[in-house]
Every structure is written in C-alpha cells, then in structure tokens.
Design a protein around this ligand. Structure first.
Ligand code: GLC
Length: 472
C-alpha cells in the first residue's frame, strides 16, 4: 500500500478499518527472518526526521500484541518477548551511566538488514527519560501470552526466569522510602516528558501491580522462585491497600479531605500525607460526579495530583486494583464526563490540562506540551483499547461503542494520527505522526473486544486481591 499516496490524500477509499489492519501489517519488522514487532509509526512525511519512531517501542507494541493474540497470531508476540529479554540490561548495577540490570529498553531498532537489534534505554531519548514502564509491560505481556497460548514452557525457561527475577530485583530493592509504591523519575512511562509526573505516578503503580500479579503466576515453583513469590505476594496486598486508600477520590473522600486537619504528627494522623485542604483545585468540586470516583494521578508529601489520568484509571479496572465499587465508579465518572474526556476524539490522556503559570512551572514551558496538546490534555486514540477492556468487563459496552463510532471516521480521514489537540480533541496533533501503530491497534482491539463481547480473558486479572493494611 502506498502511504505516500495516502499522505497527499489521493486515495480516500483506503481509510477503512481493514486498511488499518494492512497498515499495521506493513509496520511489522523482522529480525533474522522472524517478525519481532511493529515500528511506532509509518509516517512517510517524517523522513530523516523520524527520530526514533522507526523503532519498536515496548509500550506501543502492547496493544498490537494483544490484537495479534486475539487473532491467533502469537508468533510475533513470542519473538518480541524473546528479543526484549535478550536486550534486558545485565551486569553490575553499582555503576552509573549504564542501565540498571533488569531494565528492558524503551525501544529497539532492527538494524543491519534485519540482522541486529539496537536497544534504546533512554540514554539517547529527548530529556534522557528512563523507561520504567517497559519492564513492567514486558512481564504483563509474558503473562497474557502464556495464558492466551497455553505455552507455559517459554516463561519457565531458565533465561526467562532469570529475566523475571531481574525485573523484580529492580522494583523490590530497598530505596529511600518505605512505601509499597514504586518511586520513579519524571517522564518514565507513556508520558515521557516533564509533566510533573515524578515520584509515584498512578500509571506506573498500576503497571507495577500488573507486573507483580504476572510474576506471581509465572515464577517457577523450584529454585529461587518461591522466595521471590513470597516477596511478590507480600507486596501485592500492601500496594493495593495503599493505592485504594490514599489515591482514591470520590465525594466522601473529597469531603474528608476538605475538612481535614493538617500538621499531624505520628502514626495516628488522619491526614498522613499532610494534604492541605486549600490545595484541592476548584474545578474538582464541580467535576466529580455524585456516584463517580477515580484514582488520583500521584501522591507525595503534601501533594496529591488531582488530575485524572485515563490510562492509569482504566488499567486500575483491568488489573483488579479497583475494587468492584471503585471500578463501577470509574466507569460512572468516564460516562458522566464523556464530553470532557472524549470530545470529538477519545480519549484525553489526562484532565484537565495545565495552563498559564502552572504549565510554565510544571513543564518548564514545554512548547510540545502546551495546554490541551500532546501529554498535557491531548487525546490519544490508543487508549480506546483500555476503555474497551474495562467497559466490556463492567457491562458498559454502549459507552465504548459510542466512543469508537465517534472516533473511527475521523481517524480514517486523518490517517491514524498519534494524538489530537484542543479542548474537544478536534485538531490533529501539532506534531503528531500519522499511521501511528498504536493509534491503529487501539481502535482495532477495541472493536475486537466489542464484537466478541468479552473482556480479553488473558489480559484481565479477575481474582480478588486481599488488601493488607500497612502503618502509614
Ligand atoms: C512518544 C510518546 C511515547 C511513545 C513514543 C513512540 O515519545 O510520548 O509514549 O511510546 O512516542 O510512539
């Protein structure tokens, strides 16, 4: 298919879902003759300015992989998992200027005519951001692959067991705090620019839980497996308790916060993190619907990031972080605030955008993340898959269907951009690539989930978690 032709708009008939499938096939790259993933974007206009969009990104490949598994094309997923494992950073973690042992790269490039793989651990990335989410996504994908195919041998292989334990070493090691959550640098996940998402951003915490739950299922019953499993199980209950208790926002919790005392010392403090009531933003008082709720974007000393982050909240449903009541409340909020979150193009990556002085201070005046653009309140079609996984699971298919119906014609017409701009998401993102693989995979996967009417069985965690209270 001629993407250049598409670009100049002389082949309007090509903008259909079936063609999205074909473009996605075209985005596939091979390593030593085997398909190993999809490049982030096929945009022909990008040319020499491709930056790293011609690489296979771990996070971008996840929805493609889930789609391939649903289609029964597990081969590329297996090869991808093997390639990423081979590229996992090894060696001695005591030294700087090298990726910590256990880190799975953000992306890799297929080079030398398909004969070698060149990993990117963030050392060349804009802003030198560290890809914390890659290792977590990799473990999760290994779990989904294993359950979807019944191929338990891959994860049980010695090299895979070592890789799983290395990821756990990276996450569970002692740090400068005592919380069950994971302390990470700024921009260490899908939001890979400075956006005030340092510390304990929700999305990373949910991915951490998904990785822990995956490891719990995949760790071998022999050798070092049981020791790690014990630590993993210990962490899961505490992490879930912590997030459900301190990140959750609905009217009752907001009301408690609104009337809370501050400057409390000691273990009996009600307002353990000293969140000053005056820091509750005015918009939230109006925005939070009566029966809705969501997990806040981040938590730190005297700091609750009240922004709504879509991916973290939707994955909270899929991962079992949200209890049944919380899961319904999240979907209730999404439904009640569809105008804000979906607009003309679902789904806003976060709401609301940071504006004026807040934008200047929090992003460093980043011209790519101006208000209602890109990571700062831009709309990302890839998120449709997570909406579908959560919505179908909770009997909200109607909501998902209407979001998808609104998105598809515009996506086809605008050639599958990476993201959209504007408060209503009506403009193609200022710097958006076209033919972005996960912008095609997200809606395709959502459609697949809607048509089968089932949550992607292997992708969802259905078993209840027993939260374990911890002294904070
Ligand atoms: C941008 C996005 C990141 C994505 C990458 C490749 O850097 O912020 O989330 O993985 O592009 O598409």
């Amino acid at each position: 298919m001629d993407l250049q032709g598409q670009s100049s708009g002389d082949d309007p008939g090509a903008h259909e879902l079936t063609n999205a499938r074909r473009f996605l096939d075209q985005a596939e790259v091979a390593f030593r003759g085997e398909p190993v993933g999809t490049v982030a974007s096929l945009d022909p206009g990008a040319g020499a300015d491709a930056l790293n969009y011609d690489q296979v990104f771990v996070r971008d490949f996840v929805p493609v992989a889930l789609l391939r598994l649903a289609e029964g094309r597990a081969g590329v997923v297996r090869h991808f998992l093997e390639a990423a494992r081979e590229l996992q950073a090894q060696g001695d973690s005591l030294y700087c200027y090298r990726p910590g042992a256990g880190l799975i790269p953000a992306s890799f490039k297929v080079a030398e005519n398909g004969q070698s793989l060149v990993p990117g651990y963030g050392g060349h990335a804009i802003g030198r951001v560290a890809p914390v989410d890659s290792s977590l996504w990799w473990l999760y994908l290994l779990r989904v692959y294993t359950r979807a195919t019944g191929d338990w041998d891959l994860a049980q292989r010695d090299d895979f067991q070592v890789a799983i334990r290395r990821v756990l070493d990276l996450c569970l090691t002692g740090r400068f705090d005592m919380y069950p959550t994971l302390l990470v640098p700024d921009g260490s996940f899908m939001v890979d620019r400075r956006m005030g998402v340092y510390g304990y951003p929700l999305e990373v915490q949910v991915l951490f839980l998904m990785a822990l739950r995956s490891a719990d299922e995949l760790l071998a019953a022999t050798g070092e497996g049981p020791v790690y499993r014990e630590a993993v199980q210990d962490r899961i209950g505490k992490l879930v308790y912590f997030l459900r208790t301190f990140y959750w926002l609905d009217l009752p919790t907001l009301n408690r916060m609104y009337r809370a005392g501050t400057e409390e010392y000691g273990l009996d403090a009600m307002n353990a993190f000293n969140i000053v009531p005056g820091s509750i933003p005015g918009w939230l008082l109006e925005w939070l619907p009566e029966n809705g709720g969501y997990f806040a974007g981040n938590l730190g000393p005297s700091r609750l990031d009240f922004r709504f982050f879509s991916q973290g909240n939707l994955l909270a449903v899929l991962s079992g972080l949200a209890d049944p009541h919380q899961a319904q409340a999240i979907l209730e909020l999404v439904s009640a605030r569809a105008q804000d979150l979906f607009g003309a193009m679902p789904i806003k990556i976060c709401f609301p955008a940071m504006e004026d002085q807040e934008w200047r201070t929090m992003t460093g005046g980043d011209p790519k993340n101006t208000p209602w653009s890109y990571h700062n309140g831009g709309s990302w079609p890839v998120l449709l898959w997570a909406l579908a996984a959560a919505g179908v699971q909770l009997g909200r298919s109607g909501l998902v269907q209407s979001a998808l119906d609104a998105a598809l014609p515009r996506l086809q017409e605008t050639r599958w951009p990476e993201y959209f701009d504007g408060r209503d998401g009506r403009l193609v993102g200022k710097e958006a690539r076209l033919f972005q693989s996960w912008s095609m995979a997200g809606p395709l996967l959502a459609e697949c989930l809607l048509s089968t009417g089932e949550p992607l069985g292997s992708a969802v965690f259905t078993e209840e978690i027993l939260p374990e209270a911890c002294p904070v």
